[in-house]
Each structure stands twice: as structure tokens, then as C-alpha cells.
Design a protein around this ligand. Structure first.
Ligand code: CO
Length: 150
């Protein structure tokens, strides 16, 4: 495993749309392993592949003991609303208020290409929406009602 560099807002890669993953072999496993190590080191909640300069539809989320690897994800259902504070490893030192759905259903593939579904609410639903947006070149500051510095 190796740490990857997390790119920062202003880098054009963060604004690009990511491509679907078709390889479920060594290269994708290596990417996921590296992303996990990078996320833990950065003490973050989620990390999307474009944040490490890889334009693939992959993100990971780690909330305490819960850990998800989401490949080619699709949000198939969403309901309700929640407003709360978000930060991003690609927007260091800033926080913003963002309104998101309170519940989402996510369908994704695991690292071996096996489909699974997550029914999420609250903070996990927020994290999923935040990471999902990265795959389409959207950063939370685009949706935030206000952004404040530390
Ligand atoms: Co982010």
C-alpha cells in the first residue's frame, strides 16, 4: 500500500467527470488499498478517486467501524432533507453548511465487481452524497449556503 497525494480545489481534475470502472483486478484493488491508507492517514470520512487524481467512479467511506468501497455507484432513491456541516480533504481548513437528502439508497459494486445495496440515513447518507458528487466534478462548496475558514 502507498499513500496518494490528495489534490486541492483549483486543480482541474476535481472538476472532471469520472469514468466507469471495468477492471476489478489488481489495479483497482491497489487503488482501493491506497485510498484507504490515505483516508485513514488524513483522518477523513470519505475519499473519492478523483481526489487522488484518478478519474474513475470509485469512492470509499469510513465512519468508525463501518467501511464501504463503492464502485460505479448509483443513488437509486432519496428522501427527506438534512442540513449540516461538511468539510472535504480537497478543501483544507474550510467548512460549509450543506443541505442533503436525509435518506439514500445506493447501489454499487464491491472490489470484485459484486453488486450490493446500502440503505443509509443521517450522516452516512450525507457522506455518500458528498463522495458521489466528486465523481461528477462537484465539490461541496458549490452547494454550501456558507463556507467558513477554521
Ligand atoms: Co470531498
Amino acid at each position: 500500500m502507498a499513500l496518494r497525494n490528495i489534490i486541492q480545489l483549483g486543480d482541474p481534475t476535481l472538476r472532471k467527470k469520472s469514468f466507469e470502472v471495468t477492471d476489478f483486478g489488481e489495479k483497482t484493488h491497489q487503488l482501493l488499498n491506497d485510498m484507504k491508507e490515505t483516508l485513514i492517514k488524513a483522518d477523513g470520512v470519505g475519499l473519492a478517486a478523483p481526489q487522488v487524481g484518478v478519474l474513475r467512479r470509485v469512492f470509499i467511506i469510513k465512519i468508525e467501524d463501518l467501511y464501504y468501497e463503492c464502485i460505479n455507484p448509483i443513488i437509486t432513491k432519496q428522501s427527506g432533507k438534512q442540513t449540516g456541516t461538511e468539510g472535504c480533504l480537497s478543501v483544507k481548513g474550510k467548512w460549509g453548511e450543506v443541505t442533503r437528502p436525509n435518506k439514500v439508497t445506493l447501489k454499487a459494486l464491491d472490489r470484485n465487481g459484486k453488486p450490493y445495496t446500502v440503505n443509509a440515513e443521517g450522516f452516512l447518507a450525507r457522506a455518500i452524497c458528498h463522495e458521489y458528487d466528486h465523481l461528477d466534478g462537484i465539490v461541496y462548496v458549490d452547494k454550501a449556503s456558507k463556507v467558513e475558514e477554521d
